[in-house]
Design a protein around this ligand. Structure first.
Ligand code: GLA
Length: 386
């Protein structure tokens, strides 16, 4: 065949394949539609995506999701790196994109021990970091950030990861895992959470306010977090919801533990949100189930078994795990307000680099080419059984 003709035939075939794929994309149900009567379906946008450097991820997000959370750009270290310096550019774009696309817009996160710059925890004039300094600092940070997006960001994760696995408030200097301290508590005392919620409410009286954490199915945490929510409500401090991070694995938490946690928290009379869902298919390096970003573990080739692609039987196992999890979510649909995936597609996921660096994980519903995986079909099937 003449070379030009070969090229033409190849071009038409490629065009046909793309058209077919696009047609399939148009016909297939979307996550947000499938769960429209149940809860919002959210995703987390990375700063590259927000800044327009990965348009395909934004297109997919606009199509599939009804809520957004920023992966990083509203964390203290990124938005407020120096005492008198804010970087609102990515957050401004994030909020504007959310508005243009009719999203429920989440702010994440105001008060946390991680991704907070050292200056925020430093004492003044050589004195130790004390209550007064810390209160002034959180008040002005929250006032500036929440105030800027008043009436535009719908809900805020006010405090992140304040309670340890034994149900105690974290305290002390930050340190690396397992010394997970909480300088805000160390300086202010037990009421720092209440203070943060009060400041956030004052900065935007219409915004919803949430407490967010991991390992929330641990019995000691169920008790402590329930007490925290009830305590705030009793004092008349606004708290609208509980964010349940979902950085889970193939065998943890057990389905019964998810069910039990939702039942228990469901009694509190606040909205429940699965805020950071991703299910790692890789072998966990140890028995930890947390999402502590400072935890690091070593890995070898056995810990990275699918460097090129996820085999079909593993895809199927992931699909079944996701279906089982979503069945429980649907059972609790009256209490669950939103289910947010931590990332748009596998290629973006932090789980490729944590807790073991440089692995290839497959924890989300869309693959690295933005295509739905068997887990996507399985989740849709839970909402719309054929
Ligand atoms: C925690 C935080 C998130 C994010 C994840 C890991 O769950 O709440 O903001 O940092 O860890 O990416």
């Amino acid at each position: 065949m003449h070379r030009a003709r070969i090229l033409l035939v190849a071009w038409c075939a490629l065009g046909g394949a793309i058209a077919e794929r696009n047609a399939a994309a148009v016909e297939r149900p979307t996550l947000k539609d499938a769960f429209r009567d149940d809860f919002l379906i959210g995703t987390a946008l990375g700063t590259r995506q927000i800044m327009g450097q990965e348009p395909a991820a934004l297109d997919l997000s606009a199509r599939e999701f009804s809520a957004i959370t920023p992966e990083n750009c509203l964390k203290w270290a990124l938005v407020h790196p120096e005492p008198d310096e804010f970087d609102f550019e990515p957050a401004d774009k994030y909020v504007a994109w959310g508005e243009e696309n009719g999203m429920f817009i989440v702010g994440h996160t105001l008060i946390w021990h991680n991704q907070t710059p050292a200056w925020a925890f430093a004492g003044v004039d050589g004195k130790p970091f004390d209550r007064e300094t810390a209160l002034v600092r959180i008040k002005s940070h929250i006032g500036a950030v929440v105030g800027r997006y008043k009436g535009r960001i719908d809900g805020w994760d006010v405090v992140n990861e304040a309670i340890d696995d034994e149900g105690k408030l974290r305290t002390g200097p930050v340190g690396a895992w397992p010394r997970r301290g909480e300088p805000w508590h160390a300086a202010i005392g037990d009421d720092y959470i209440e203070q943060a919620f009060r400041f956030a409410h004052a900065a935007d009286p219409d915004a919803e306010l949430y407490y967010n954490d991991f390992n929330e199915w641990y019995p000691a945490k169920i008790k402590a977090i329930s007490k925290l929510v009830t305590g705030l409500k009793t004092k008349g401090v606004r708290i609208d919801g509980l964010g349940l991070q979902g950085h889970w694995g193939m065998d943890y938490p057990e389905l019964a533990e998810i069910d039990h946690m939702l039942t228990e928290y469901g009694k509190l009379g606040v909205k429940l949100m699965i805020t950071e869902l991703d299910v790692s298919v890789l072998p966990p390096p140890d028995r930890s189930t947390d999402a502590d970003i400072t935890r690091r573990a070593r890995g070898d080739a056995a810990g990275n078994p699918y460097p090129n692609e996820l085999p079909a039987d593993k895809q199927q196992e992931l699909a079944e795990r996701y279906a089982a999890i979503f069945k429980i979510f649907l059972k609790h649909r009256d209490e669950i307000d939103r289910v947010t995936f931590w990332g748009v597609h596998d290629g973006q996921s932090w789980r490729n680099g944590w807790p073991v660096g440089s692995r290839v994980d497959y924890p989300l519903l869309f693959d690295r080419q933005y295509q739905p995986k068997p887990a996507f079909d399985a989740v849709i099937e839970v909402a719309e059984p054929q």
